[in-house]
Design a protein around this ligand. Structure first.
Ligand code: PLP
Length: 433
């Protein structure tokens, strides 16, 4: 499998390089040079395949013999270990629940697959692989669980002191084993700056083999396409055109849906659902891409003012705005509307959604009013317990915390305290090496 950089189609890399480097040297994002189609009879008979079998079929095609089938099966059996059920709220709207993994968010799919693939590519290398990751909360949890216990790999997570929720912090600081946490007395941007500088530091590169678990890594995108096939399989029986509504921030999820379509999945339409950080919905109506500083909202995992996967979306449509606008419609909602929708879903369907999923629901409900020939699912990107404060405040009920998360609350936090000064971080890394 050969990939190219979105900044320069002539800058190419193989899958191993793309996975271990995340970003191309020219700071472009990696995209597959060839996106093969699945066999149409496979799609016609998709009901006969399990989620893991579907994942295998997608990888087998996409990797083009670059990884032997037996190894692909092994990678999938280690990473795609939980379901992606579509729970129908009524006869036309389903919730594609992507939170059945260990950190309760869809990011588990990407993080686990990336961990399995990195460890596969790292096999046989005697030097330990060290993953540095800066997090504002969500990504760090998924990455920590994804790499937990993976041989030959260690993870160092940097998070801003006082800026992550209690349960998020527990996910970062209580797992132990090959996962270490650093609590930085600074902001998320400080954490990111420390990680960036470390990657460029010759002294560190002499003793460490460093890699990042960046959200733009192609190995996080690929597994996110699996669940569109899996959801289609569950919606096919309704005999209608299938629509997906995707609550979006950096647009990795939506890009993965587009990838599935390129591989032959018959999705009629996508809804790009955002909060008031509506850069992409604005682009879809105006053709003008205008990045802006992000605005904080209650659906904070989507507070993104310059979505990193936009370059990939453009490439998938040959940089043609009208082609993109005919396949994707933008919707955006205020916090007020998001809360209204959470209440509506609860009152009407007795279903508790998180704020991100509620935005997806509202877009889908609106679209379906004018498109009676369609059935759809919104991506429920996180378990409501991850946004307990907003959910219980909005619905006036306590939110049940799943056992696998609640169990962490009783464990003791282990984190190294550091200043945001690079020299301190470097000293810490050199001393522990
Ligand atoms: C990361 C995240 C999103 C945004 O997903 P993108 O792929 O960046 O668009 C939406 N909802 C939740 C809960 C998330 O954690």
């Amino acid at each position: 499998m050969i990939l190219y950089s979105t900044n320069n189609p002539n800058l190419k890399a193989d899958l191993k390089t793309a996975v271990l480097k995340s970003l191309a040297d020219d700071k472009g994002l990696y995209m597959p040079e060839i996106i093969p189609q699945l066999d149409p009879t496979f799609i016609d008979n998709i009901e006969q395949y399990s989620f893991q079998e579907i994942a295998f079929e997608v990888c087998h095609k996409l990797f083009q013999g670059f990884i032997p089938d037996e190894d692909i099966k092994d990678i999938i059996s280690k990473s795609i270990t939980f379901e992606a059920p579509v729970v129908m709220l009524d006869e036309k709207i389903g919730s594609l629940e992507l939170w059945h993994g260990p950190s309760l968010a869809f990011k588990d799919f990407g993080a686990r697959f990336m961990a399995a693939l990195m460890s596969y590519f790292h096999k046989g290398d005697t030097k330990k692989l060290t993953i540095l990751v800066a997090t504002s909360g969500d990504t760090g949890g998924a990455v920590a669980f994804g790499f937990l216990g993976v041989p030959g790999v260690e993870v160092i997570i940097l998070y801003p002191k006082g800026n992550v929720s209690l349960l998020q912090e527990k996910q970062l600081t209580t797992l132990g084993q090959n996962i270490s946490a650093i609590e930085v007395d600074g902001t998320f941007d400080d954490c990111q700056a420390l990680v960036k500088e470390a990657f460029l530091d010759d002294d560190l590169n002499a003793v460490y083999k460093l890699s990042s678990a960046n959200s733009i890594n192609i190995s996080r995108l690929i597994p996110q396409s699996f669940y569109y096939f899996e959801a289609y399989k569950q919606l096919k029986k309704y005999g209608k055109k299938v629509v997906f509504s995707v609550p979006s921030g950096n647009f990795g999820n939506l890009t993965a849906g587009l990838l599935a379509v390129k591989m032959g999945l018959p999705v009629h339409h996508f809804l790009a659902a955002t909060n008031i950080n509506k850069i992409v919905p604005d682009y879809l109506t105006s053709g003008q891409y205008q990045p802006l500083p992000s605005i904080p909202t209650i659906s904070n995992a989507m507070d993104v003012g310059n979505p990193s996967n936009f370059a990939r979306m453009l490439d998938l449509f040959g940089k043609d705005w009208s082609a993109m606008a005919s396949k994707i419609s933008g919707y955006y909602y205020t916090d007020e509307e998001t809360r209204e929708e959470m209440k509506l879903i609860f009152d009407t369907n007795k279903y508790v959604s998180d704020p991100h999923g509620a935005i997806g629901h509202r877009a889908l409900r609106t679209y379906l009013q004018d498109h009676p020939d369609c059935v759809g699912a919104f991506l429920e990107t996180a378990h409501p317990a991850k946004f307990e404060d907003v959910v219980s405040d909005t619905l006036g009920i306590p939110v049940e915390i799943p056992e696998r998360l609640a169990i962490l609350a009783s464990r003791d936090k282990v984190a190294t305290q550091l200043s945001p000064i690079y020299a301190d971080f470097k000293k810490y890394l050199l001393e522990r090496s």
